[in-house]
Design a protein around this ligand. Sequence first.
Ligand SMILES: Nc1ncnc2c1ncn2[C@@H]1O[C@H](COP(=O)(O)OP(=O)(O)O)[C@@H](O)[C@H]1O
Ligand SMILES: O=C(O)C1=C[C@@H](OP(=O)(O)O)[C@@H](O)[C@H](O)C1
Ligand SMILES: [Mg+2]
Length: 298
Amino acid sequence: MKYIATMQDVTIQSGQASFVGSQEIAQRIRSARARAGFTRKQLAAASGASERYLAHLEAGTGNPSVEMLLAISEALGMAMAELLPMGGERDAGVAHAAQLLRRAPPERVREALAWLGERPDAVDGKGRRVALIGLRGAGKSSLGQALADRLSVPFFEISKEVEQRYGGSIGVLLEINGPAALRRYEADVLRDICRTNAAAVIAAPGAVVADGKLFDQLLRETWTVWLQATPEDHMSRVVAQGDLRPMTGNRTAMNDLKAILAAREADYARADARLDTSGQDFNHTVSMLEGVVASFAG
Ligand SMILES: Nc1ncnc2c1ncn2[C@@H]1O[C@H](COP(=O)(O)OP(=O)(O)O)[C@@H](O)[C@H]1O
Ligand SMILES: O=C(O)C1=C[C@@H](OP(=O)(O)O)[C@@H](O)[C@H](O)C1
Ligand SMILES: [Mg+2]
């Protein structure tokens, strides 16, 4: 087995092996897992690592093999380099610039691309397609359908389209074919919706930001709106629907929800617009959303 650290790097702290960079790898795995909305158990199942082993890695006391880091990064839908200190870049300046770009709003990224001589994506590539993003309970499905009705355009829910195309539930798809297959289905469904509909409202999967490629595709091909709500509203809306999927069997549900929101905030913030849906009734929110969308189309 190959190890990331050489023996000289390994120091023994209270009986556990740790090495230079182990804390940074630990932090990157923790935040990538929160962004993906995986419990430790789910990541263990998807990557083949044991829960106990993941706990060590996330505490900075594990010493992962290249093979294991690769399995974890694939389960999280990211490049292995993203789990390594300095984003896998050898030059600290390039690593810092890459980090800033990942967090920058779309217009700054377009400016940076233009400065580098790259042609930014044409704005009309988004047509009159609107995609709603946000955590479970934000209102992607319900506000999305209501907005599509008001605008008289078709409504698509990416997860439902995937299930239809696959011929089974997302749960079964994940269990049998794995997360990479789900990502392929989502990307194909989005591409086909955009190819065949100049105008549409699309509800993105809640965890869309965890898949960098899919999220980039969505930002390029649709006008995106981040539906925001307080953690309390997210929780009460999901509970009111009787669906406890993200929180099942989890005693620290509210803390987890807050951690997922915090971990995803910078990514959700890349949307073209945001709308706070908390503290107001549903129909008023639909009207506000209509106003936001009108500002895109002019
Ligand atoms: N102001 C509001 N904005 C959005 N949803 C609201 C609002 N007030 C109440 N709700 C309710 O909250 C729930 C949002 O859930 P849903 O649309 O399924 O979200 P998502 O698809 O993002 O998980 C719906 O049942 C909706 O009727
Ligand atoms: O945000 C998330 O991590 C999730 C959101 C849910 O999707 P919707 O918000 O599209 O219902 C569902 O796929 C799953 O519970 C994970
Ligand atoms: Mg939904």
